[in-house]
Each structure stands twice: as structure tokens, then as C-alpha cells.
Design a protein around this ligand. Structure first.
Ligand SMILES: Cc1cc2nc3c(=O)[nH]c(=O)nc-3n(C[C@H](O)[C@H](O)[C@H](O)COP(=O)(O)O)c2cc1C
Length: 147
């Protein structure tokens, strides 16, 4: 059984909704998942999971939220098979700063699959993108992982 850890930070709920949609997609496909809200207590041990997904919103002028930075430091190493998703809003600095925290995290973890960037809430027309990304990440991983 492939185990997936989904860690996310969310202030007003958009990234939480995205994380929950990812979790639902994975559950429906038979994966074992753990959903952890960054800052909500002890971080699950990443070494117990095959795949790790990290989600973040973007804060003022493209910043990564402090809770997410603390999480990264606390984990303290770069596990293999980390994938990044997040939400943002192009009204805060246009394309240049849109989901900038997602880009920074993906660069930091040197991810092997393109990160997912969602404009505000994932509900509605963007849901299909979240589902497609989740399935795409798992297909990509299963090349390397034994089920
Ligand atoms: C003060 C403030 C600054 C923001 N700056 C950015 C930004 O630079 N880039 C971006 O893409 N989104 C920016 N946003 C938008 C949030 O990232 C976006 O609303 C996101 O979906 C919030 O996620 P959450 O609902 O999970 O907290 C900003 C929002 C606020 C309130």
C-alpha cells in the first residue's frame, strides 16, 4: 500500500479545500493518506510515507507563510518524492507573484513533477485540475514505487 502524507497551511480555507480534494481523490483511488494541517501540532514522521505533498498559500509580496517555513525547518531534511501545491490570487501582484510560495517550495525541494497552482478556491471549474494533478503525481511516482 502506498502511503501519502498531505501537509498544508491555510489561512482562509482555499488551500485546505484543495488539500481535502486531493485527499478525497487519493482515497477514492485506494491510497492510504494522512492529512496534516501545518501548525496544528506534532508533524507526522515523513519517513513513514512514500509520497509527501505540501500545500501553501502565498502571503504579502510573494512571501511563504512563516508556519510553512517553520515546518520546512522542523522537518529538517528533503524527503524524496515531495510535490507542491497551493493557492494564490493574481490580484496581489499579477503573474509574477502568483503562488510565489509554491514556486519557491518546488525549487527548494527540487520536485520532479510540476507544482499545482490554484487561483483562490479550487471548487468549480478548477476541481478537474486538482484531480488531474493528483492522479498525475501518483502515476509519476508509481514508476518508482512498488505498490
Ligand atoms: C495580505 C495578502 C497578501 C497576498 N499576497 C499574495 C501574493 O503575493 N501572491 C499570491 O498569489 N496571492 C497572494 N494573496 C492571496 C492568497 O494567497 C490567496 O487568497 C490564497 O488562496 C489564500 O489561501 P488560504 O485560503 O488557504 O489561506 C495574498 C492575500 C493576502 C490577504
Amino acid at each position: 500500500m502506498v502511503r501519502v502524507l498531505i501537509c498544508y497551511a491555510s489561512f482562509s480555507g482555499n488551500t485546505k479545500e484543495t488539500a481535502e480534494l486531493i485527499a478525497e481523490t487519493l482515497r477514492n483511488d485506494g491510497y492510504e493518506i494522512c492529512l496534516y494541517r501545518i501548525g496544528s501540532g506534532n508533524i507526522p514522521d515523513p519517513s513513514l510515507f512514500d509520497v509527501i505533498m505540501i500545500g501553501s498559500f502565498t502571503w504579502a509580496k510573494g512571501a511563504t507563510p512563516n508556519d510553512v517555513k517553520d515546518f520546512v525547518y522542523e522537518v529538517g531534511y528533503k524527503p524524496p518524492y515531495v510535490f507542491i501545491f497551493g493557492t494564490g490570487d493574481t490580484q496581489f501582484g499579477g503573474d509574477l507573484l502568483f503562488c510565489n510560495a509554491v514556486d519557491k517550495l518546488a525549487k527548494f525541494y527540487n520536485t520532479s513533477y510540476e507544482p499545482l497552482k490554484i487561483e483562490q478556491s479550487p471548487r468549480g471549474s478548477q476541481e478537474v485540475r486538482v484531480i488531474a494533478w493528483t492522479k498525475g503525481v501518483m502515476k509519476h511516482c508509481l514508476q518508482y514505487l512498488v505498490k
